[in-house]
Design a protein around this ligand. Sequence first.
Ligand SMILES: Cc1cc2nc3c(=O)[nH]c(=O)nc-3n(C[C@H](O)[C@H](O)[C@H](O)COP(=O)(O)O)c2cc1C
Length: 220
Amino acid sequence: MAIDAKAADELLTTTRSVRKRLDLARPVPPELLEECIEIALQAPTGSNSQGWQFLFVRDAAKKRALADLYKKAFLPYVNRKDQPQYAEGDPRAAQRPRVLDSAMFLVEHLHEAPVHFIPLIEGRVENAPAFAQASVYGSILPAVWSFMLAARARGLGSAWTTLHLPYEKEAAELLGIPFERFTQVALLPVAYFTGTSFSRAQRIPGKRLTHWDRWGNHRS
Ligand SMILES: Cc1cc2nc3c(=O)[nH]c(=O)nc-3n(C[C@H](O)[C@H](O)[C@H](O)COP(=O)(O)O)c2cc1C
């Protein structure tokens, strides 16, 4: 089947972090999430290892506990002294207040999301060399992005978050995850999104970030 590049590009360029537009009141059918997992399973893994696991949390008390862990790390993170400084004209500077506002909303409402999605990968990399770290994370992160894309195509919004991970061990205990064997890589609230469309984001221009034959050689 020929791929409709326009539709694919629209999906790829408008799958945003959804926080304020998560419909917190509408339940998400488990079958729909399973469908997204089936699509995510087509992502690549190092040596075809497929060491991935996918945990959905619907239990209210557990979501509340995860949201509390998230909040515990979030507040020091947003208030940290070493905030990145952006040059004039850098789109990230203009976007910062909106991202922060949206993130502040999420921290207060994370427990209300109908589902928390925690993707996991077999192994732990705290003491591993860079090659092993890249291989392990590289064997789960493409699947998570595929999940987000598949979800978006089905009317579901999500937001990639990592701020519960400073308390990964506590989350593992809460959820019965064998911490020594499996690494949690993110926590995504998932819900139907409100409204119908999303926009492209402004990014640092690709030409400035793309090098040809040698570091620093950019095409004009
Ligand atoms: C590795 C990673 C970690 C992130 N962690 C968080 C987080 O803990 N909380 C949050 O609200 N957003 C988090 N985000 C979302 C980013 O803030 C978001 O992707 C960025 O602002 C760009 O917005 P967009 O995804 O809508 O294009 C994370 C994204 C990535 C890829």
